[in-house]
Every structure is written in structure tokens, then in C-alpha cells.
Design a protein around this ligand. Structure first.
Ligand code: GAR
Length: 217
């Protein structure tokens, strides 16, 4: 079966990119990375791509001062040239315009370090601690023009522990990110994640799980 060609957009470290690279290395994974695109030339994720033999490219927003559409058109052209069918934002820190989002409607996904719709935006771990929530987590969702909105594909919840600072909590969430991003890509590549209105319907059997209580009794 043909593997779904994905394009991964990054701005930095690229640990989620690495999780996707590792997943795609398995012969039975239904997707492959056709292109890694960074808006920063010094993004460490580009080194990860090179090491894995995955094509990488830079389209810098700085080359298009005051012209977001030209920047996004340049990215769009590179993605199409590479035959990309699904765009995965993985720590891509530029807000995309409605134009770009519409070009890739329902073929553009993002990972966000919170249980959306809670804690959109930045500093999610600090804000989760300040709010005193007992569970925090991460979300993979289809992208809509409004920041951190769109139909949810997969979420992982992690407990918030009394000893947590933002760093410890962020590390626990990041571990989960690395598990759910490949899982979401797999669901899409297998044609099991369908957008219906504002939600994603998962086709096929999904096992139930017992509820988790934090702090445990
Ligand atoms: C990840 O935690 C990702 O969820 C977050 O940036 C980090 C990138 O790390 N994304 C956002 O905050 C987007 N709003 P990585 O470069 O190691 O994958």
C-alpha cells in the first residue's frame, strides 16, 4: 500500500519530528516524511532530518518582510513540489493565515501541549500549574484559522503531581506528545479519522478504558 506523504513544519528542537521519523522507520507505518520545512535555518530539527536522510528545506519568514502571504506561498510551493499530502505542524511557531489553512483544509494538523480547549497559546505548563488542574496533557488536532482550534484527533492526559514545576510537568507532557503524534498520523493515513463538522469521528473499534483519578484514593 502507498504510504501517505507527510510534510513536517518546524521552528526548533524537533523532538516531535524525531518521534515521527522514528515511527516512519517501521516498515508497517502507513506514512513517510517527504519534506521537513523550517522557518529557521538553525533549527536543530533540520539536523535530525539530515541524519535520518529525510529531505529538509528552509523558508525563512525574514526573507519576506511584511509579506506573510509570500512567505506562506513559498512554503506551499515547496510542500506541493515534494508531493506532500498531509502537513504536520511540530513546534512551528508562526501563526498561519486563513489563506494557508484553507489551502490545506483537513490536511493540516498540529500538536499542542495542553488538553484543548484549555490553555491555548503559550506557557501552557505554567498556566496549568497556576490553575491547579489535576490533569494536563496534549492534543493533536486539525488546524482552523483561529489559534489552537480545530477538530481533535487524539489527546493524552497526564497527572499533575504535587512536586511538579513547569519543567517536570512539561517533560511528562512531551513524552506523551511523542506517543500521540505518530498515533494521529497513523489514524489519518489509515483513513480512520474523518472530520464531521467540528469533530473527528474515528472509524473502527476503540477499546474503552477505566477512568483515572488524581490524586488516587
Ligand atoms: C512541543 O511541546 C509542541 O507541542 C509545542 O512546541 C514544542 C515543540 O517541541 N508547540 C506549540 O506550543 C505550538 N503552539 P519540539 O520542537 O521538540 O517538537
Amino acid at each position: 500500500m502507498a504510504r501517505l506523504k507527510i510534510g513536517v513544519l518546524i521552528s526548533g528542537r524537533g523532538s516531535n519530528l524525531q518521534a515521527l521519523i522514528d515511527a516512519c522507520a517501521a516498515p508497517d507505518f502507513p506514512a513517510e516524511i517527504a519534506l521537513v520545512l523550517s522557518n529557521k535555518a538553525d533549527a536543530f530539527g533540520l539536523e535530525r532530518a539530515a541524519k535520518a536522510g529525510v529531505p529538509g528545506a528552509v523558508v525563512s519568514h525574514r526573507d519576506f518582510p511584511g509579506d506573510k502571504q509570500a512567505f506562506e506561498q513559498a512554503m506551499d510551493a515547496k510542500l506541493r513540489e515534494a508531493g506532500v499530502e498531509l502537513v504536520c505542524l511540530a513546534g512551528f511557531m508562526r501563526l498561519l493565515s486563513p489563506w494557508f489553512v484553507e489551502q490545506w483544509r483537513d490536511r493540516l494538523i498540529n500538536i499542542h501541549p495542553s488538553l484543548l480547549p484549555s490553555f491555548k497559546g503559550l506557557d501552557t505548563h505554567e498556566r496549568a500549574l497556576a490553575a491547579g488542574v489535576r490533569f494536563h496533557g496534549c492534543t493533536v488536532h486539525y488546524v482552523r484559522p483561529e489559534m489552537d482550534e480545530g477538530p481533535i484527533i487524539v489527546q493524552a492526559a497526564v497527572p499533575v503531581l504535587p512536586s511538579d514545576d513547569a519543567h517536570a510537568l512539561g517533560d511528562r507532557v512531551l513524552d506523551s506528545e511523542h506517543r500521540i503524534y505518530p498515533q494521529a498520523v497513523r489514524l489519518i493515513a489509515e483513513g480512520r479519522a474523518r472530520v464531521e463538522g467540528d469533530v473527528v469521528v474515528i472509524d473502527g473499534a476503540v477499546p474503552t478504558q477505566p477512568s483515572v483519578i488524581n490524586p488516587p484514593a
